[in-house]
Design a protein around this ligand. Structure first.
Ligand code: ATP
Ligand code: MG
Length: 395
């Protein structure tokens, strides 16, 4: 008898023609996160199977893989004989505490001498006879014991673990996420990643106005998020010169509006250069002056690429709840300033005027500054396998 993990796919049933591509991508992703462990992986259109001696470690990692509806830890017998199943099922239940149970059987091997109902019934009676103080409950059992009869083998399982669902990362192509050190953008990262988007991140750094700690905080967030995304490429853009030019030349009420228009322009260029089909960010409607509907439309106007805002319609508390669940919250609340907080004007405009924004921008040769910033980007790649993590070197 050998332990085995059986993975059920999430939401892939809607994919029809693409289903093989989705399953193969999920397989590649799982192989990638388990590459340092000894595992045997196989799959069919309905499920994936993993055999390994490191069950606990594999389960821990699978909990962060998108595309998994749920997985069960089961037992594989190299026999489908009823007598073998009978004796092994008691061993399996030996360590399990329960007062009610139900047996369900599936047969992919149809020539088996007993039908599914007969197997369930007989096995139920066998369990009742051998374990004290338990009864059958067909409606709400403590454990649902499932038996699968296959051609030369059988599977027995009852322990089900919820997966994080979504689509396998990379099945929907790439997106560029604007990653700040705050609470919202890491959550936006997670949510876009959940829909199968492979994320690259962009961070606007303004040394010396922002510290190395602020940058490291972003890299630490990326490291946490890399576990969902498999790894993360981060584009670090030196934003100092642009911010100083804005600060010196432009009406301070419009500082944030213009600054964000610059961030969007640079993001679009980096996205196109790296085959990212969308920009993603952590904007949330109404949260701050730059996120009123008018502000968003004046800022969005400078790009011609879809901008997806996964947390746009969530309350801050809802965003915080997700941040805690995915493990980014504690890092996000560390008190390092970022480039937005440093140049915050006293009266940021809530309803910016598009023509005025365009007029202000004429005061500076932004195209030149933007191209320079794009050209001088620094790229850091964070791998989930921390031994190869070149980001560790720079800390
Ligand atoms: P967060 O939204 O991540 O909690 P925040 O609320 O401080 O941080 P905002 O000023 O609300 O950030 O900015 C809105 C969005 O713009 C962020 O969610 C993020 O996607 C993007 N952004 C802001 N600052 C930066 C930056 N320095 N680098 C990259 N993206 C940024
Ligand atoms: Mg925010």
């Amino acid at each position: 008898m050998q332990k085995i993990i059986i993975i059920k796919y999430a939401e892939l049933s809607t994919k029809k023609d693409n289903i093989n591509f989705f399953i193969k991508t999920l397989k590649t992703n799982i192989e990638y996160i388990l590459k340092d462990l000894d595992v045997i992986l196989s799959y069919d259109r309905g499920r994936m199977f993993i055999e390994t001696a490191k069950i606990d470690e594999v389960c821990k990692r699978l909990k962060k893989v998108f595309g998994i509806q749920k997985f069960v830890i089961g037992y594989k017998l190299d026999s489908n004989s009823f007598e073998d199943i009978k004796s092994n099922i008691l061993k399996i239940l030996n360590n399990c505490k329960f007062s009610t149970f139900k047996v369900e059987t599936k047969r992919s091997y149809k020539e088996y001498p007993l039908n599914s109902m007969e197997i369930s019934k007989k096995m139920g009676a066998h369990i009742l006879k051998n374990i004290n103080n338990i009864k059958v409950d067909v409606h709400k059992p403590d454990i649902l014991l499932e038996i699968e009869i296959r051609k030369n083998e059988s599977l027995i399982y009852y322990e089900e673990i919820e997966g994080i669902k979504g689509y396998p990362v990379s099945t929907l192509g790439k997106g560029l996420l604007m990653l700040s050190g705050g609470i919202d953008s890491p959550v936006a990262f997670y949510l876009a990643c959940k829909r199968g988007v492979k994320i690259e991140a962009i961070y606007f750094d303004s040394p010396p106005h922002t510290s190395i700690e602020a940058k490291n905080k972003v890299l630490n967030l990326a490291k946490i998020l890399a576990e969902y995304n498999l790894d993360v490429k981060i584009h670090i853009i030196k934003f100092t010169e642009i911010q100083e030019a804005i600060y010196k030349n432009i009406n301070h009420d419009y500082l944030i509006t213009i600054m964000r228009r610059m961030m969007y322009r640079i993001s679009e260029k980096i996205a196109r250069k790296n085959n990212c089909k969308i920009i993603i960010n952590g904007e949330s409607i109404g949260q701050v002056a730059s996120q009123t509907l008018t502000s968003m439309s004046v800022i969005n106007e400078v790009v011609n690429i879809p901008v997806i805002r996964p947390v746009a319609c969530l309350d801050k508390n809802e965003i915080i709840e997700i941040a805690k669940k995915i493990g980014t919250y504690e890092t996000s609340i560390l008190p390092y300033e970022d480039c937005c907080t440093i140049f915050v004007p006293t009266h940021p405009v809530i309803n910016p005027d598009l023509n005025l924004a365009r007029e202000y921008e004429k005061l500076i040769d932004f195209e030149k500054l933007i191209n320079k910033a794009v050209k001088n980007e620094e790229i850091i790649k964070i791998n989930i396998n921390s031994e190869n993590n070149n980001y560790e070197d720079i800390l």
